[in-house]
Design a protein around this ligand. Structure first.
Ligand SMILES: [Zn+2]
Ligand SMILES: [Zn+2]
Length: 105
Protein backbone atom coordinates (compact mmCIF):
# COMPACT_ATOMS: atom_id res chain seq x y z
CA UNK A 1 0.00 0.00 0.00
CA UNK A 2 1.51 3.21 -1.13
CA UNK A 3 0.16 6.39 0.22
CA UNK A 4 1.17 9.51 -1.57
CA UNK A 5 1.84 11.37 1.62
CA UNK A 6 1.80 15.07 1.05
CA UNK A 7 3.96 17.30 3.19
CA UNK A 8 3.26 20.79 4.41
CA UNK A 9 4.74 23.40 2.12
CA UNK A 10 6.09 25.28 5.15
CA UNK A 11 7.10 22.29 7.26
CA UNK A 12 8.77 19.55 5.27
CA UNK A 13 8.74 17.14 8.18
CA UNK A 14 5.02 17.43 8.82
CA UNK A 15 2.26 15.57 7.08
CA UNK A 16 -0.27 17.74 5.32
CA UNK A 17 -3.78 17.65 6.71
CA UNK A 18 -5.46 19.77 4.08
CA UNK A 19 -5.14 21.52 0.82
CA UNK A 20 -5.77 25.21 0.34
CA UNK A 21 -8.38 25.67 -2.38
CA UNK A 22 -6.88 29.02 -3.31
CA UNK A 23 -3.22 28.29 -3.90
CA UNK A 24 -3.59 24.49 -4.24
CA UNK A 25 -0.77 23.85 -1.81
CA UNK A 26 -0.75 21.32 0.99
CA UNK A 27 -0.51 22.45 4.58
CA UNK A 28 -0.19 21.00 8.05
CA UNK A 29 -2.62 21.65 10.89
CA UNK A 30 -0.69 24.70 12.00
CA UNK A 31 -0.56 26.37 8.60
CA UNK A 32 -4.18 25.97 7.66
CA UNK A 33 -7.20 27.70 9.17
CA UNK A 34 -10.93 27.50 8.90
CA UNK A 35 -12.38 30.77 7.79
CA UNK A 36 -16.11 31.19 7.30
CA UNK A 37 -16.69 27.50 6.57
CA UNK A 38 -13.74 27.47 4.17
CA UNK A 39 -10.29 26.02 4.73
CA UNK A 40 -7.54 28.44 3.81
CA UNK A 41 -3.82 28.65 4.35
CA UNK A 42 -2.44 31.58 6.35
CA UNK A 43 -1.24 33.45 3.27
CA UNK A 44 -4.57 33.13 1.47
CA UNK A 45 -6.44 34.01 4.65
CA UNK A 46 -4.49 37.25 4.91
CA UNK A 47 -5.25 38.00 1.29
CA UNK A 48 -8.91 37.23 1.87
CA UNK A 49 -9.15 39.53 4.89
CA UNK A 50 -7.37 42.42 3.19
CA UNK A 51 -9.69 42.06 0.21
CA UNK A 52 -12.69 42.15 2.51
CA UNK A 53 -11.40 45.26 4.21
CA UNK A 54 -10.81 46.95 0.86
CA UNK A 55 -14.31 45.99 -0.26
CA UNK A 56 -15.85 47.75 2.69
CA UNK A 57 -16.95 51.29 2.09
CA UNK A 58 -14.60 53.82 3.58
CA UNK A 59 -16.28 56.00 6.17
CA UNK A 60 -15.98 57.43 9.63
CA UNK A 61 -15.07 54.39 11.62
CA UNK A 62 -15.71 55.22 15.25
CA UNK A 63 -16.31 52.31 17.54
CA UNK A 64 -19.78 52.87 19.08
CA UNK A 65 -18.67 51.17 22.29
CA UNK A 66 -15.67 53.47 22.60
CA UNK A 67 -17.92 56.44 21.96
CA UNK A 68 -20.30 55.33 24.74
CA UNK A 69 -17.39 54.90 27.15
CA UNK A 70 -16.16 58.39 26.31
CA UNK A 71 -19.61 59.87 26.95
CA UNK A 72 -19.97 58.05 30.30
CA UNK A 73 -16.52 59.21 31.38
CA UNK A 74 -17.35 62.74 30.31
CA UNK A 75 -20.53 62.77 32.40
CA UNK A 76 -18.73 61.28 35.42
CA UNK A 77 -16.02 63.91 35.11
CA UNK A 78 -18.62 66.70 34.94
CA UNK A 79 -20.47 65.37 38.00
CA UNK A 80 -17.20 65.02 39.92
CA UNK A 81 -16.07 68.55 39.10
CA UNK A 82 -19.46 70.00 40.08
CA UNK A 83 -19.34 68.09 43.35
CA UNK A 84 -15.82 69.33 44.11
CA UNK A 85 -16.85 72.88 43.20
CA UNK A 86 -19.87 72.57 45.51
CA UNK A 87 -17.67 71.38 48.37
CA UNK A 88 -15.28 74.28 47.87
CA UNK A 89 -18.12 76.80 47.76
CA UNK A 90 -19.56 75.35 50.94
CA UNK A 91 -16.25 75.79 52.74
CA UNK A 92 -15.83 79.36 51.44
CA UNK A 93 -19.41 80.56 51.88
CA UNK A 94 -20.57 78.68 54.96
CA UNK A 95 -19.68 80.80 58.00
CA UNK A 96 -20.45 77.96 60.41
CA UNK A 97 -18.00 75.73 58.65
CA UNK A 98 -15.39 78.49 58.80
CA UNK A 99 -15.93 79.07 62.49
CA UNK A 100 -15.66 75.37 63.07
CA UNK A 101 -12.22 75.41 61.55
CA UNK A 102 -11.15 78.57 63.36
CA UNK A 103 -12.30 77.67 66.86
CA UNK A 104 -11.71 74.02 66.82
CA UNK A 105 -9.09 73.82 69.56
ZN1 LIG B 1 -3.53 29.19 0.09
ZN1 LIG C 1 2.98 23.70 8.25
Amino acid sequence: MELNQQRCINHEQRDAVGRCPECKNFFCMECITEYETRILCTACLKKEISQEKAAKRPGINIDPFLQAVQIVFGICFLIASFWIMGQCLQIVLDPEYQSEIKFED
